[in-house]
Design a protein around this ligand. Structure first.
Ligand code: FE2
Ligand code: FE2
Length: 268
């Protein structure tokens, strides 16, 4: 089994499609991953299954590769991760998880926003531009910049998990740009489409970071690196205009009030 652990997962799946089905069952989405250069052992490491689960998964993969048996499944040395819902993060990564909360509040508003606001009107377009300003300033320049320019630099940029996260950021920027252009062209349907696509992308992206990427990073950072990260995040935050952060928070609370009120008046 050891030689397969060192092999690229996409090559293994191409040769043994059953392996992709097994990984999908474990919600490890290698078949849908666009990058595809992770080794099998990276995948096992990144997803941090409890030891017994890992051995079961590896046993099934071994059988999918060699149905007659004969592949020796390595014993897992992994300790059980904390139960879900009880994830513990180091202080710098906890800060990023907390920043996700404000982004998720904006994402949660998007379906109601595009369904109840006329994006072709001056008022609707103004509100949409406020949401885009939040995404550009808070989600991208404040939050994604700390990931890209600081956190991700501590890891091998050639790993799929990092490349996929960076690609999500790029795709997100594309949706923001396209939504902006659609608003300028008074094409409400296209603007709504890009807002929805951005929501879907970022919702999944944040879930992957909170549940898989950050815990994996925390397991691989030394205490010294955690301290460094904490200081570098502080320095980055100090350079950021606090008035802009306050403005971004106000965009979210303003939309929450507006859409909450719109929902109440629709129900009335
Ligand atoms: Fe990210
Ligand atoms: Fe993030």
């Amino acid at each position: 089994m050891d030689r397969y652990l060192e092999q690229n997962i996409k090559d293994i799946i191409a040769k043994y499609p059953g392996v992709g089905d097994i990984l999908n069952e474990y919600k490890i989405g290698c078949t849908a991953c666009a990058a595809g250069t992770c080794r099998l052992k990276d995948i096992v490491e990144i997803h941090n299954l409890p030891g017994a689960e890992e051995e079961k998964l590896m046993g099934r993969i071994a059988l999918a590769i060699s149905p007659k048996g004969g592949l020796k499944v390595p014993r897992s040395t992994r300790k059980a991760p904390p139960p879900s819902g009880a994830l513990k993060y180091s202080p710098p990564l906890k800060r990023l998880v907390e920043e996700h909360l404000l982004i998720k509040r904006l994402l949660a508003l998007i379906p109601r926003f595009v369904a109840s606001v006329d994006l072709r009107s001056a008022e609707g377009s103004g509100l949409a531009r406020g949401a885009l300003k939040f995404i550009r300033a808070y989600a991208d320049k404040y939050h994604h910049a700390k990931e890209e320019e600081i956190l991700f630099k501590y890891f091998d940029g050639g790993l799929d998990v990092i490349k996929t996260m960076l690609q999500d950021h790029v795709t997100g920027r594309g949706h923001v740009k396209a939504a902006d252009a659609a608003l300028a062209a008074k094409d409400g349907a296209a603007a709504a489409e890009h807002f929805i696509a951005y929501r879907e992308l970022l919702t999944e992206h944040i879930k992957k970071e909170d549940e898989i990427l950050y815990p994996w990073m925390d397991r691989n950072l030394t205490m010294k690196q955690v301290g460094e990260l904490f200081n570098k995040f502080n320095e980055a935050d100090e350079k950021f205009d606090p008035a802009l952060i306050a403005e971004c928070e106000a965009v979210v609370t303003g939309l929450e009030k507006l859409l909450g009120a719109a929902e109440t008046s629709l129900k009335a």
